[in-house]
Design a protein around this ligand. Structure first.
Ligand code: UDP
Length: 319
């Protein structure tokens, strides 16, 4: 099978590309290397079944050819990282809105199945423990830049579902909850690689706010299991799935686990959100998925616990 991965040189995309190559598929990647890196795909770049196009998904002519060639598409290209979104609001909206519109329009033109990577961010400022796919979204003001990302991804979901309902396009949507693992960089704000790097270098581990906010971390390999199995399951078409772990941890606890597992002397410091992201920044207090839907359909259950996840990230940075 020929598979197109948009954003295939990124953290998640490159792991997916490797997995599909190992499974005998022919893989086409388009990546503009904004946050993706060539080093992520160095292990497969010389494989005859791997093809890389360095370009933006906004390039209609290039995308037309790639989508035409592909049997199915994993659309992972997007602006990623809170830091990136805060620093580059125009690019964020452009790539997440126009990019996905291009992917879906061309997929529909050639009737190709698409996986759309969405995000837990779209739930917004919920404080419930167990977020379900059909819950309301709680968005902040449009003056708060962070929510541009959530809204752009929400629009992607609306568009994906619209193509499925109106044009019968096979579309599967996955809402990824804090996916972590080797190759993720801390450069765009992500907490786990940032904490691990600080701990290994003996620098302060900086917790934003009071550290009582929670997240649920999922290893990238578990995420790949979920998305590839959902793509192979016809009943997943036209549906939205939470993909993540239902084990919630506070950022304070995360900092302490990283400190313990690296045996680091680093201090854990708390710094105000304003100092990290500028005035008026809004964080999400809690974020933990209900994973019943994906569990019922494909038997998905995360297999990596938090310590194993942290250890895999530590080993990556030590290398
Ligand atoms: N965070 C932190 N220190 C950092 C980076 C992030 O305390 O160096 C916090 C951040 O404020 C948030 C959580 O960790 O509450 C997860 O942040 P991340 O940017 O990784 O993901 P998201 O906010 O999108 O879940």
């Amino acid at each position: 099978m020929k598979v197109l991965i948009t954003g295939g040189s990124g953290f998640i995309g490159s792991h997916l590309a490797e997995r599909l190559i190992a499974a005998g598929e022919e893989v086409f990647v388009i990546d503009n290397l904004w946050t993706g890196k060539l080093s992520n795909i160095s292990g497969i770049q010389s494989n005859k079944r791997f093809h890389l196009v360095v370009d933006t998904i906004l390039n209609e002519a290039v995308m037309n050819e790639l989508v035409f060639k592909a049997d199915q598409i994993y659309h992972l290209a997007a602006a990623v990282g809170v830091r990136n979104v805060m620093d580059h609001p125009v690019e964020t909206l452009d790539i997440n809105v126009k990019g996905t519109e291009t992917v879906l329009r061309l997929a529909n033109k050639f009737k190709k199945k698409v996986f759309i990577a969405s995000t837990s961010e779209i739930y917004g400022k919920h404080v419930e423990h167990s977020l379900s796919e059909d819950d309301n979204r709680v968005m902040g003001s449009v003056k708060k830049r962070r929510w541009a990302y959530a809204c752009s991804k929400t629009l992607d979901e609306f568009l994906g579902l619209a193509y499925h309902e109106e044009k019968k396009l096979p579309v599967v949507i996955g809402r990824l909850f804090n996916t972590v693992g080797p190759r993720q960089t801390g450069r765009y704000g992500m907490v786990l690689p940032t904490f691990v790097q600080s701990a290994l270098l003996g620098r302060p581990i900086t917790v934003y706010g009071d550290g009582n906010q929670t997240r649920s971390f999922t290893h990238v390999m578990d995420v790949l299991d979920a998305i590839t199995r959902l793509m192979a399951e016809p009943m997943a078409e036209g549906e939205v799935f939470n993909i993540g772990s239902d084990k919630e941890v506070t950022i304070n606890e995360l900092a302490q686990r990283v400190k313990d597992l690296t045996q680091s002397e680093s201090e854990i410091e708390h710094i105000p959100y304003e100092k990290a992201y500028g005035p008026g920044f809004e964080d999400m207090e809690r974020r933990c998925p209900n994973i019943t839907r994906v569990g019922d359909l494909i038997g998905f259950k995360p297999s990596y616990d938090l310590d194993t996840i942290i250890t895999s990230v530590i080993e990556y940075f030590k290398q």
